[in-house]
Design a protein around this ligand. Structure first.
Ligand code: FAD
Length: 394
């Protein structure tokens, strides 16, 4: 049942919303309401993502977010009580031009500075690591063997189940409301610019703090709170093949960076593959485009010829949540009071969801996130014209 009042209302029950809610609930002391319009949590981009996790970014803030998030994944089964399919199979970037290669060498230097032992590879090294790839035109690569995969749904369910346990434990002061089939239709703001209430299809909740964690739909809340939120939805597709008997057990996550084309082992010996369409228009369309499937799979078979022997098992599309600099927007929105945002990850949000939940709980309870400096990802960067672009975007 919808509570009449809640200290914090979180809009969106994907990895971001679930993680923010859990980290607030775990601290205690504030009542928390998580609102998801779908029948289950995690059916948005989180449930449609490729599950890739990596430390290999070009900006310090993203590398730090990955370091902490992946540590949290390692502790997840023990702390949250849920296995999450963490599989550190390695993540190989394959590069086909000198400009990218030089940039990736600089990225590796930064990663080393932050304690991540990623490696620069020659073309021969890449071929030795994954002999099955067609490396025509490739100039080199980078790899980190402690990157890989995790299961997004298990992380969402782990947080949700853990919150249900916390709720059952005898702590009457702890009010945790986890609600499905509730659509937020408006946010009521006082003339002073302070949040007053969240309006839903089920009624209103009085609150002074909201968290916009609605992924690709987050931009829609800008008008409601009176701040432009530059996040747009862009469709991305994935295909999964039938099992390939010859797939070696050490096959890593492989990304042909120049073509935004990736492969990783899925459920044993199948391959999950995706390719970003740089001409994809902004829209909420999540229908599979068969023309794009054809373009994608032809290129996939060119780079990984063994795929010719496989069938297509399943395919789907989901939405990236894209910002002008393809970086997330995190923390309090300026010019209004009580509006926190954790969205706009432009294709790498699943892996950062765990630590971002912790950081947003700090921001809400203690006034400012402190365990990682997220200033580069705050909304204010747009007005300051600060360039915080991330190079390693898929
Ligand atoms: C094809 C694809 C592959 C990807 N691969 C990777 C990857 O390998 N690694 C990685 O880290 N990231 C990846 N991503 C990105 C990642 O999936 C997202 O960044 C991340 O899941 C965002 O989580 P979220 O909780 O913010 O959004 P979502 O999971 O989309 O959750 C937002 C929720 O808000 C709900 N909602 C929206 N509007 C309302 C409303 N008005 N009222 C109530 N609820 C509402 C939605 O129903 C949804 O459940 C990929 C994304 C796609 C599409």
């Amino acid at each position: 049942m919808l509570p009449k009042i809640s200290d914090v209302v979180i809009i969106g029950g994907g990895v971001m919303g679930a993680s923010v809610a859990y980290h607030l609930a775990e601290r205690g002391g504030v009542s928390v309401t998580l609102l998801e319009r779908e029948e289950q949590f995690g059916l948005g981009s989180t449930g449609r993502c490729a599950g890739g996790i990596r430390h290999q970014f070009s900006t310090e803030v993203n590398i730090r977010l990955s370091i902490e998030s992946i540590k949290m994944m390692e502790r997840f089964p023990e702390e949250i009580g849920q296995e999450i399919g963490l599989n550190l199979i390695g993540y190989l970037f394959v590069l086909d031009n000198e400009r990218d290669f030089e940039q990736f060498k600089r990225n590796v230097a930064l990663q080393h500075h932050l304690g991540i032992e990623s490696t620069v590879l020659s073309v021969d090294d890449v071929q030795r690591r994954v002999p099955l790839l067609n490396l025509e035109g490739v100039v080199g690569g980078t790899i980190y063997e402690r990157d890989g995969l995790a299961d997004p749904n298990s992380i969402v369910q782990g947080y949700i189940n853990k919150m249900r346990q916390l709720k059952q434990q005898a702590n009457p002061a702890l009010s945790i409301n986890l609600l499905n089939n509730v659509t937020v239709t408006d946010v009521r703001m006082a003339p002073s610019g302070r949040v007053q209430a969240v309006v839903t299809n089920e009624g209103e909740i009085a609150t002074e703090t909201i968290v916009i964690a609605a992924g690709a739909w987050s931009g829609q809340f800008g008008e409601m709170v009176g701040v432009n939120i530059p996040i747009v939805p862009v469709r991305r597709q994935i295909a999964v093949t039938t099992p390939i008997r010859q797939l070696p057990p050490d096959f890593p996550f492989v990304l042909f960076f120049g073509q935004s084309l990736y492969f990783h082992p899925e459920s044993g010996q199948s391959i999950l593959t995706g390719k970003s369409n740089s001409s994809e228009p902004v829209s909420f369309n999540t229908e599979v485009d068969p023309k794009w499937t054809e373009t994608h799979l032809l290129e996939a078979m060119h780079r990984f010829p063994l795929l010719e022997q496989a069938g297509l098992l399943s395919e789907w599309a989901g939405l990236y949540e894209v910002t002008p600099d393809e970086q997330a927007i995190l923390g309090r929105l300026p010019g209004v009071e009580g509006v926190i945002i954790a969205a706009g990850f432009s294709g790498h949000g699943f892996m950062h969801g765990l630590v971002v939940g912790k950081l947003m709980a700090e921001e809400i309870v203690e006034g400012r996130a402190y365990s990682i400096n997220i200033d580069d990802l705050r909304y204010e960067r747009f007005a300051l014209g600060k360039d915080v672009s991330e190079y390693n975007i898929v």
